[in-house]
Design a protein around this ligand. Structure first.
Ligand code: RAM
Length: 327
């Protein structure tokens, strides 16, 4: 009898260990491309959330920021039967079929940073209000151009949901709020340093009166500031946009840039993981729903099941040193 009991107990433990019910919840944090400091910072927050929630966060993404490469990553995550995918998208539409397949298999899907069309995700988390970011990137240039002048935008991938929305908002803000600013061109560096460098050089060669390069991408803004530095154009062309203080401090220090802006990427990655976990726990994604984002607070979903975090924050000579130590 005793032996039977021991046998039964051992079997129960073995079954528990072998069944998926015992397996840890796995959330995939899929980024536009690996090797981008902005996403590494977001992953820092994501891992912090993972610890708090007792889940595993798999940090992954393609080497190049393309939708095709992200589809391969998504398909592999479906095969691994992860519990949720939290993705920053290289294209709003191209990923929808793959993400729908994931949702059909019970995988929760959240987009964050750069969104997926509503049909391809349950919730989207914007870092900040889209209109406000668009206006901010023009203001950052206009603040240092009292007489106005030619400016150009160096963006990320031409299909990136977030940059395209910000550029639309920027264009809409110019006539009424920044009438002296003349946007001469928008080019795309694909969040690739080499391509961004070539595009920045191209802008400088094509527009001799260029007064500012606005790069709403942490990869592009570094490339543009390096080109301006290398071509001895400091003081002639101001580089601005969205920059990670730890990567960009040198260009505020050397004068290639007067000011840039960003939000806290650590909090963004942390919150994206919380939202994915909320859905796994059974919270319903519907307009008006309030979802927890841990130490950051909570968000309320709008009509498109999207939410936005804090306003962009400006970095200049007075504070870049302090923030460069954080992210
Ligand atoms: C790059 C990426 C990311 C964007 C930041 C500002 O790192 O394009 O999606 O949010 O810049």
């Amino acid at each position: 009898m005793k032996l039977l009991k021991i046998l039964a107990a051992t079997t129960a433990v073995a079954v528990l260990l072998a069944t998926p019910a015992f397996a840890q919840t796995r959330i995939a944090l899929v980024v536009k491309s690996l090797g981008n400091g902005f996403f590494d910072a977001a992953n820092k927050g994501a891992q912090e959330a993972a610890k708090e929630l007792g889940v595993e966060v798999i940090y992954t993404g393609p080497t190049a920021a393309t939708a095709e490469a992200q589809i391969e990553v998504i398909n592999s995550l479906i095969a691994q039967q992860v519990d949720a995918i939290a993705i920053s998208a290289n294209d709003p539409d191209a990923l929808v079929p793959a993400l729908q397949k994931a949702m059909e298999r019970g995988i929760k899907v959240v987009s964050w940073d750069s969104g997926v069309a509503e049909a391809g995700r349950q919730v989207h988390l914007n870092p900040s209000d889209v209109g406000l970011i668009g206006e901010t990137i023009i203001k950052l240039a206009a603040d240092y151009l009292p007489d106005g002048g030619d400016v150009a935008i160096l963006s990320a991938a031409s299909t990136a949901t977030n940059q395209n929305a910000w550029i639309e908002a920027a264009k809409a803000a110019i006539p009424a709020k920044f009438p002296k600013i003349n946007l001469v061109s928008v080019v795309y560096g694909d969040d690739d340093s080499v391509k961004s460098t070539d595009e920045a050089k191209g802008l400088i060669a094509s527009y001799p009166d260029l007064k500012a390069i606005i790069a709403p991408t942490t990869v592009g803004v570094v490339a543009a500031a390096q080109v301006v530095t290398d071509q001895n154009l400091i003081g002639k062309i101001n580089v601005t946009g969205l920059a990670l203080p730890s990567e960009f401090k040198q260009f505020i220090d050397n004068g290639a840039s007067q000011a840039v802006a960003l939000w806290n990427p650590i909090d963004l990655g942390y919150s994206a993981v919380y939202l994915a976990n909320d859905l796994i726990k059974g919270e319903e994604a519907k307009p008006g729903a309030k979802l927890s984002i841990g130490r950051v607070g909570e968000v309320t979903l709008d009509d498109t099941n999207s939410a936005a975090m804090a306003a962009p924050f400006e970095f200049n000579k007075s504070n870049i040193d302090e923030f460069s130590k954080i992210y």
